[in-house]
Design a binder for this molecule. Sequence first.
Ligand SMILES: Nc1ncnc2c1ncn2[C@@H]1O[C@H](COP(=O)(O)OP(=O)(O)OP(=O)(O)O)[C@@H](O)[C@H]1O
Ligand SMILES: [Mg+2]
Length: 242
Amino acid sequence: MIRENVPQQVAELVDVTKEFGFDGQRTLAVRDCSLQVMRGELVLLLGPSGSGKTTLLTLIAGLTSASSGNAVLFGRSVEEYSGEQLQSVRGKRLGFIFQNFLLLDFLTVVENIALVLQFAGSARTESRQKAAQLLKKLEIEHLSERFPASLSQGEKQRVAIARAIANDAELILADEPTASLESAQGFAVIRLLHRLAKEWGKCVVVASHDLRLKEFADRVLYMQDGRIGTGIAKGSSLNGTL
Ligand SMILES: Nc1ncnc2c1ncn2[C@@H]1O[C@H](COP(=O)(O)OP(=O)(O)OP(=O)(O)O)[C@@H](O)[C@H]1O
Ligand SMILES: [Mg+2]
């Protein structure tokens, strides 16, 4: 359910360029990119290796500072946040999902998620209860007591998604979330990301090489050599059916 009276824009990049390296060895990873991402939409960033997808996600998250241009996160320019504020905003309102999951192997699934809530200030028992509720809502409660090492790649990724939204993050940035998954597992992961946008009103931005994901996206942006090509608006064929 998408709440009323809440600003619809979650993040924006305005003519952002990111350059890495020094004189002789410069790489323009992102060039003059502008985009806006909104609540309730799943935006897919497609492009070949090295085209700048990961860099763009880190610019949206304020994890990388732009060489020029402006990045706006939750209505405020990233430059206006202090380092501490930015860290706090990231911890509370933003979930980053990586290809390699980064789950803690010595904790069970439910403990992995409860830990995030504890870091954010919830008491131990409450964190565990909330973590269990979230797993149930995402229909993966059967994995609660398992250790990450015993999970399939797709199950790990769904747990990583649960962890990324444990603090009720509004913006979910997923970098190649289906890259190491075979078809069915990849489908389960993207279906979950799609639900987060459509049922929970989250803003989901997914970077990928995986063309199968196009079916699930509201908008597909193509990246090439650091630039965003003409965005192709595309109504999700699965709207309302998941
Ligand atoms: N920290 C860095 N230092 C120097 N160059 C970098 C750095 N990060 C990225 N680059 C360069 O910027 C360009 C874009 O990289 P990026 O990782 O954003 O691409 P990508 O589209 O995510 O690629 P992939 O699909 O392989 O993950 C590449 O040429 C890369 O080598
Ligand atoms: Mg990448």
